[in-house]
Ligand binder design. Structure first.
Ligand code: GDP
Ligand code: MG
Length: 571
C-alpha cells in the first residue's frame, strides 16, 4: 500500500461513551467482521474485559475500505484502527497507541457530554499533534442533547460545531459519514517511503502458540515479506526483549533510533506471593508471560518473612493492579496472595542518606539514624461535575489533604475542578467517595505530579508479639493513631478464631498504639450437619478447603487473603 492510501487512527473517549461499540460497527461496515457476529465489543478479547465491560488493552484492527463517496476511480484504503481503554490507569496504553496514529475519533456521549477522561484524552491527542475528528455518539438516547455537547466541545477544545459528526453506534444512524471523514480529514502517515526502514514497536503481546507478537508502526521506508530486521535496543531472542518503544530497522543498515516513549511511572506497588498450593516457579512463569502482554508492570523478586519468596510489582493504579491479579488467575491459573498496595515514598535520615520505599517492610521500624524528612507522590486531579455538588466535592478534597488549583464553569450547569492531591489519598476509595457524594455524576481523571514533603511514619502490625512484615504500612503521622486502631479492629474481624488466643497490636517504632485479642475456639464445620447426609458433609469440607487455599499461615496464625487487602482501605 502506498502511504497516501493509509490512515492510522485511534478511538478515544471517556469510559462507556461507546468506543468499542463504534469500533465494532466500523469493522462491520468494512466487512472486517460479519454483522451480528454475536459478540459485542469484539476487540475486548480478554476475559477481564468481558466481565468488567471495560477495555484494558489497546487493540488494533486493520480494515480495507472502498471509498465510494469519492470519484469514479474509487480505490481501496487501508485503515488501521486502535481501540483504546478509557480508564485513567491505562492512559499509558492510550498515549502509546496515539504515537502510531495521525488522527483520533474523539467520541462523546450525547447525554453525558464532556467528562474528565474526554479532557485527558483530548489533550493526549492534541499534544501528539493528531487530527481530531469529534463524534457525538448515542444520539438515539431520549436524553441526548447534541447541541449542548457541541457547545461544550467548542468552549473546551475549540472544536467547530460544523466538524462534529452525530452518530448512534447502536442503531447505525450517521455511521456512513465516519470513515469518509477519517479519509478526508486525517492525513496519511508522513514517513519517507524511500528512506531506510524505521519502525516503532508500540505494543506487544504473548501468544501461547506463536510467541511474542509485536505491533509496529512503519515510520519510514517500506517493509516487505521476507525482509530481515534488527532491534536497536535489544537482540530479541527471548520474549522479555521485545521492548516497547524500541526502533526496528533493516538488518545491516544504520538508522537514527526513534525517540521511543517516556518511561512508565508506577503509582502503586504490591507484593505478589504464591498462595499455599501454588508454587513459586509457576508464579514466576506466569508473571513472565503476563508482563509480555502488559509491559507497564514492573516485577522484582522480594522475600517476606511472613509469606516467603515472591515478587514486588509496580502498577499504574489500583484498577490496573486488580486487573493484573485477575488475569494471573484467569489466564494462567495461578493463585496469588497480594499484599497491601502502597505508593512509593522517600525518606531522608540525619546522616544524609535517602531511602526509596516501595515496600513498607523495607523501612526500618527503629532506624539507626533519625528521619529528618519524608516525601510522598502527588497527582493533579481533574473533576467534572454538576454544579450543585461542588460543595460536597470541595469538602471531600479538603479531607484528603487536597489543594485547589482551578475552579471554572464549562457551561451553566457543569463545573471543572483541578486539585493537587497526595496520591496516597486517592489511590483506594477516592473515586467511590466522589461518586457517592455526587450521586454518580462526577467524573475524575489524574496525572502524576511531583513529590511533596509529608510527615510519614511506619505502622507495624504484630500478631502474638511478632511483627508481620507483609502487614506493615506507611501513614501520615496525624492519622496514625486512628488508623492503628481501625487496623486492629479490621484484622480482628477478618482473622477467624484459632485454637489458641491471638493478640493483635499496632505499633510505631517500639510504641504500641492499639491492641486487641481474638479468643481461642475450636471450629468444627461438620457440627452444622445434623444427621448423615454424606454429600452435604463432603460439600462443606470442600468449601472449607476452598477457603483455606487463600489463607497464609504467619507464625502459627492463619490470615485470610482479604485481610492483606483491607489494610490500605482504613489507612
Ligand atoms: P467504551 O467503554 O467507550 O468502549 O464503551 P462501550 O463500547 O463498551 O459501550 C458502553 C455502553 O454503551 C454499552 O452498553 C453499549 O451497548 C452502549 N452504547 C454504545 N453506543 C451506543 C449508542 O449509540 N446508543 C446507545 N443507546 N447505547 C450505546
Ligand atoms: Mg471499550
Amino acid at each position: 500500500f502506498p502511504s497516501e492510501k493509509i490512515r492510522n487512527f485511534s478511538i478515544i473517549a471517556h469510559i462507556d461513551h461507546g468506543k468499542s461499540t463504534l469500533a465494532d460497527r466500523l469493522m462491520e461496515l468494512t466487512g472486517t467482521i460479519k454483522k451480528g457476529h454475536g459478540q459485542p465489543q469484539y476487540l475486548d478479547k480478554l476475559q477481564v474485559e468481558r466481565e468488567r465491560g471495560i477495555t484494558v488493552k489497546a487493540q488494533t484492527a486493520t480494515m480495507f475500505y472502498e471509498n465510494k463517496v469519492k470519484d469514479e476511480e474509487a480505490s481501496g484504503f487501508l485503515l488501521n484502527l486502535i481501540d483504546t481503554p478509557g480508564h485513567v490507569d491505562f492512559s499509558y496504553e492510550v498515549s502509546r497507541s496515539l504515537s502510531a496514529c495521525q488522527g483520533a475519533l474523539l467520541v462523546v456521549d450525547a447525554a453525558q457530554g464532556v467528562q474528565a477522561q474526554t479532557v485527558a484524552n483530548f489533550y493526549l491527542a492534541f499534544e501528539s499533534n493528531l487530527t481530531i475528528v469529534p463524534v457525538i455518539n448515542k444520539i438515539d438516547q431520549p436524553t441526548a442533547d447534541p447541541d449542548r455537547v457541541k457547545a461544550q466541545l467548542k468552549s473546551m477544545f475549540d472544536l467547530s460545531p460544523d466538524d462534529v459528526l452525530l452518530v448512534s453506534a447502536k442503531t447505525g444512524l450517521g455511521l456512513e459519514y465516519v470513515l469518509p471523514a477519517v479519509i478526508e480529514r486525517i492525513p496519511p502517515p508522513p514517513g519517507i517511503s524511500d528512506s531506510p526502514l524505521r519502525m516503532l514497536l508500540f505494543d506487544s503481546f504473548f501468544n501461547e502458540y506463536k510467541g511474542v507478537i509485536c505491533y509496529v508502526s512503519v515510520v519510514d521506508g517500506m517493509l516487505s515479506k521476507g525482509d530481515k530486521v534488527s532491534f536497536a535496543a535489544s537482540g530479541m531472542r527471548t520474549t522479555k526483549e521485545a521492548r516497547i518503544g524500541d526502533t526496528i530497522y533493516r538488518t545491516k543498515t544504520t538508522v537514527e533510533p526513534l525517540p521511543g516513549f517516556k518511561p512508565v511511572r508506577h503509582m502503586v506497588f504490591s507484593g505478589v506471593y504464591p498462595a499455599d498450593g501454588s508454587g513459586f516457579e509457576a508464579l514466576s512463569h506466569a508473571l513472565e508471560k503476563l508482563t509480555c502482554n502488559d509491559a507497564s508492570v514492573s516485577v522484582a523478586k522480594e522475600t517476606s518473612t511472613a509469606l516467603g519468596m515472591g515478587f514486588r510489582c509496580g502498577f499504574l493504579g489500583l484498577l490496573h493492579m486488580d486487573v493484573f491479579h485477575q488475569r494471573l488467575e484467569q489466564e494462567y491459573g495461578t493463585q496469588v496472595i497480594s499484599t497491601i498496595p502502597t505508593v512509593p515514598y522517600t525518606f531522608e535520615y540525619s546522616d544524609g542518606s535517602k531511602l526509596k520505599v516501595q515496600n513498607p517492610a523495607s523501612l526500618p521500624s527503629n532506624p539507626k539514624y533519625r528521619v529528618i524528612a519524608s516525601w510522598e507522590p502527588t497527582v493533579i486531579a481533574t473533576i467534572i461535575l454538576p454544579s450543585e455538588y461542588v460543595g460536597a466535592v470541595i469538602n471531600l478534597c479538603a479531607d484528603r489533604r487536597g489543594q485547589q488549583l482551578e475552579y471554572t464553569f464549562i457551561d451553566a450547569q457543569r463545573v471543572f475542578l483541578k486539585y493537587q492531591l497526595p496520591l496516597r489519598e486517592i489511590v483506594v476509595d477516592f473515586y467511590d467517595e466522589l461518586k457517592s457524594v455526587t450521586s454518580g455524576y462526577a467524573s475524575f481523571d489524574y496525572e502524576d505530579a511531583e513529590y511533596q514533603t509529608s510527615d510519614l511514619v511506619k505502622l507495624d502490625i504484630l500478631l502474638n508479639g511478632q511483627a508481620v512484615d507483609a502487614l506493615a504500612t506507611i501513614v501520615h503521622k496525624q492519622k496514625a493513631y486512628r488508623v492503628g486502631k481501625e487496623l486492629v479492629e479490621k484484622l480482628k474481624s477478618y482473622i477467624e478464631r484459632q485454637m489458641f488466643e491471638v493478640m493483635i497490636q499496632a505499633s510505631i517504632g517500639s510504641k504500641i498504639i492499639a491492641r486487641d485479642t481474638i479468643s481461642a475456639m475450636r471450629k468444627n464445620v461438620l457440627a452444622k450437619c445434623y444427621g448423615g447426609d454424606i454429600t452435604r458433609k463432603k460439600k462443606l469440607l470442600e468449601k472449607q478447603k476452598e477457603g483455606k487455599k487463600r489463607m497464609k499461615r504467619v507464625g502459627s496464625v492463619d490470615i485470610p487473603h482479604e485481610a492483606f487487602q483491607q489494610i490500605l482501605k482504613v489507612s
